[in-house]
Design a protein around this ligand. Structure first.
Ligand SMILES: *[C@@H]1O[C@H](CO)[C@@H](O)[C@H](O)[C@H]1NC(C)=O
Ligand SMILES: *[C@@H]1O[C@H](CO)[C@@H](O)[C@H](O)[C@H]1NC(C)=O
Ligand SMILES: *[C@@H]1O[C@H](CO)[C@@H](O)[C@H](O)[C@H]1NC(C)=O
Length: 487
């Protein structure tokens, strides 16, 4: 009797405390919201302020290319006559870099010249989003850390439109409901994916799923629960963004599975820098035919699947005539990140000897860019064998340089890049070594008009990944924010 009574009391007290905490939290948030709207009203800028939330804006990676492309797109359009001025700010955590340094780097690395004024708001709390801060519960830790960082951002400056280009989904409700901003996102990669959950579910050891957890059913169940719960929250916060942009079919599929708002999700390919490749002069096909060069540009990493290329060559030998085989070369261009990669490359060389291909296979390590360009020009076929690559920038580069690509029929190459429909064919897809060999033999035996037709289509089709198309699509997608602002 007594025990039941005190248990009831305990539950009562806990509930009461939770209730109090909730009330206090709501009051705090309401006060913050009021404060932010005051700050916005008090602002000295009369223009529309667009903020990019990109704490690592000085890194020079693929995500930063999208950031600078987006900034220059907005400046090109909105600083001209049609709309009143737009002011751009970037929230960054690169405390050690001056605004000029950052802009110079954007110009040097990506060739985006940012001419009008961009204001940088420096955030001091970037350490809270670094994975090294959280040895356990990394996902949750980083996500809460990003909230903290976003609070710091809003406390410093309240924008009208906030565009997240790094995928910190937990900040969207904060920016939208408390900061009163319109929120858009460009997502490169889902924070949690159904693949990760599957690893835990199947109890496979992987990079993020340690042996200890994979072995223990209870730990695995607990981790799965954690991931599921995290996935639910991630889905809710992510779908608070009013405009969602994703960088590829792969990302789109995963984001749709978790955020569940496909109607507001737009696929916009990031700009790839292929202009210098599409303007390479094509060598004459006859000249190329003296030597049939098959080119692969891929690091010597296991997932790139170099053995499949060698097997395909082995198969090719048995189906082409001897004289053609004599002049066929497979050129493997790549780099090694570490000792394991070097060992792997040696293994490949041994494998090519084993298949008696060593006369017809060349390995080229760390070639300078000028040599890469000349290889691009001399080659006829581009070879890609990685399974389920998310995108496949090397495939795009080969096509831009005028090669006929045979890519693996999976992932990005199949979904985003290669088209095999008659009339718009821009390359080939294959999975097995025999299939690769048959297709390569077909290409070698084709008339040069046929080859040229495919090449021309391929070169034109990489336009989808150009700066111009990115700019057009990006502006069209975020247009509603600006339109409403003017009304
Ligand atoms: C508004 O601006 C005035 C003068 O610039 C300043 O004194 C005041 O603290 C500002 N209020 C808020 C809420 O930022
Ligand atoms: C999208 O982003 C991911 C993660 O950075 C990257 O692996 C993938 O290649 C990107 N896709 C495109 C089309 O660039
Ligand atoms: C998995 O590991 C990578 C690299 O260490 C890290 O970037 C990523 O955030 C990790 N993911 C999770 C869910 O811990």
């Amino acid at each position: 009797m007594r025990i039941v009574f005190s248990l009831n009391m305990l539950v009562g007290i806990v509930l009461c405390k939770m209730f109090c905490v909730l009330i206090i939290l709501s009051i705090l948030l309401l006060m913050l919201k009021k404060q932010y709207s005051k700050m916005r009203a008090n602002r000295t800028h009369s223009e529309t302020v667009v903020a990019f939330f990109h704490p690592y804006c000085n890194s020079g990676g693929g995500g930063e290319r999208v950031l600078w492309a987006a900034v220059s797109a907005i400046q090109n359009k909105y600083n001209h006559l049609k709309y009143p001025n737009v002011h751009i700010i970037i929230y960054t955590g690169d405390l050690d870099a001056h605004p000029e340094q950052i802009l110079n780097k954007a110009e040097k690395v990506f060739n985006y010249k940012i001419e009008q004024k961009v204001e940088f708001i420096y955030l001091h709390g970037r350490k809270w989003v670094e994975p090294s801060m959280y040895p356990y519960f990394t996902l949750l830790g980083q996500s809460l850390g990003s909230l903290w960082l976003a609070l710091e951002a809003l406390n410093t400056f309240v924008p009208d439109i906030c565009i997240d280009t790094m995928g910190y989904a937990f900040t969207y409700p904060l920016f939208r409901y408390i900061g009163g901003c319109r929120v858009a996102t460009y997502t490169h990669y889902p924070t949690i994916s159904t693949d990760m959950m599957r690893h835990v579910y199947r109890r496979t050891v992987s990079h993020n799923n340690s042996r200890a957890i994979a072995r223990n059913p209870f730990l695995s169940a607990a981790k799965l629960f954690y991931y599921k719960l995290f996935g639910l929250i991630y889905g809710w916060v992510g779908s608070r963004a009013e405009i969602i942009m994703v960088n590829s079919s792969w990302t789109e599929e995963h984001i749709n599975a978790i955020w569940k708002c496909p109607l507001r999700t737009h696929k916009i390919y990031p700009p790839c820098n292929v202009k210098h490749l599409t303007s390479l002069p094509l060598l004459d096909d006859d000249e190329k035919c003296k030597n049939i060069r098959i080119l692969s540009v891929a690091q010597f990493r296991p997932e790139k699947n170099h053995p499949l290329m060698l097997k395909a060559m082995y198969e090719l030998r048995s189906i082409v005539e001897e004289e053609i085989w004599e002049k066929t070369r497979l050129i493997l261009i790549g780099s090694c990140r570490n000792f394991e990669d070097e060992v792997r490359m040696k293994d490949m060389q041994d494998l090519s000897k084993h298949f008696a291909l060593d006369e017809n296979v060349e390995f080229k390590l760390n070639v300078p860019y000028s040599e890469l360009l000349s290889e691009f020009q001399r080659a006829t076929i581009g070879l890609h064998t990685m399974w389920n690559e998310h995108f496949g920038i090397s495939v795009v580069e080969c096509m831009a340089a005028g090669l006929i690509v045979v890519a693996h029929a999976s992932g990005g190459p199949r979904a985003d890049i290669i088209e095999i429909q008659q009339g718009s064919q821009n390359g080939f897809l294959a999975t097995e070594a025999e299939e690769y060999a048959t297709i390569m033999a077909h290409i070698i035996n084709m008339h040069s008009e046929g080859r040229n037709a495919i090449r021309t289509v391929a070169r034109a089709s990489v336009n989808r990944f150009s700066d111009e198309v990115f700019e057009r699509e990006f502006l069209r997608t975020i247009e509603p924010f600006f339109r409403q602002k003017q009304e």
